[in-house]
Design a protein around this ligand. Structure first.
Ligand code: GLN
Length: 193
């Protein structure tokens, strides 16, 4: 079962994508629920609010521990939460992917846009639709982080170990490749059982 952090943000769209892929999912609101899932999605939303809500129930340490063995997919605010460091001190990020990010670097809501991007997954190059909404910019990429997609010469999708962080929102364009890629193993294991 794949969990979607459901404290705030567009978690319902992620549940729909998992449904489309035939993956069983659950909304995660308490740290104890991490024990019964095999992968986690941290959705888009507002990283300052997400920080407060995560601190209120004590999610930081349990998610960090969870990430050592299980894959996490973060989109937009989810990527901000997964980063090593965020320029905004109101955000307390998890340090799961070794990147630094700047919040809202692409401007305010009016600067949201959709475009198509090349992405390299499983050594294959694919094209994907990507919607950016007050997206973060990745300002530093650590040595063990792989950039799997760039836009205008800037990294917008990164992979470290079994984790994926995206500056955009695949779930808004019904793009399923990132969910499929991140949770492929979990899906295969569940279906082989
Ligand atoms: N700008 C938001 C933040 O800083 C992220 C926006 C999004 O998730 N679409 O958290």
């Amino acid at each position: 079962m794949i969990g979607v952090l459901a404290l705030q943000g567009d978690y319902e769209k992620h549940i729909q994508i998992l449904d489309q892929l035939g993956m069983v999912s659950t909304e995660v609101r308490y740290p104890e629920q991490l024990d019964s899932i095999a992968g986690l999605i941290i959705p888009g939303g507002e990283s300052t609010t997400m920080t407060d809500l995560m601190e209120r129930v004590g999610f930081h340490k349990p998610i960090r521990e969870f990430s050592e063995k299980n894959p996490i997919l973060g989109t937009c605010a989810g990527l901000i939460m997964m980063a090593r460091s965020v320029e905004d001190s109101r955000v307390s990020s998890l340090g799961i992917i070794d990147v630094d990010v700047d919040r809202n670097a692409y401007g305010r809501q009016v600067h949201s846009f959709t475009d198509s991007l090349p992405v390299s997954l499983d050594e294959q190059s694919k094209s994907t639709k990507a919607t950016f909404i007050r997206a973060p910019k990745i300002s530093r990429v650590g040595p063990t982080v792989e950039v799997i997609s760039s836009y205008d010469g800037e990294p917008v999708a990164v992979k470290q170990g079994h984790h994926l962080g995206l500056a955009f929102h695949p779930e808004l364009d019904d793009v399923t490749i990132f969910h499929e890629f991140t949770f492929k193993k979990q899906f295969e294991t569940i279906h082989a059982a």
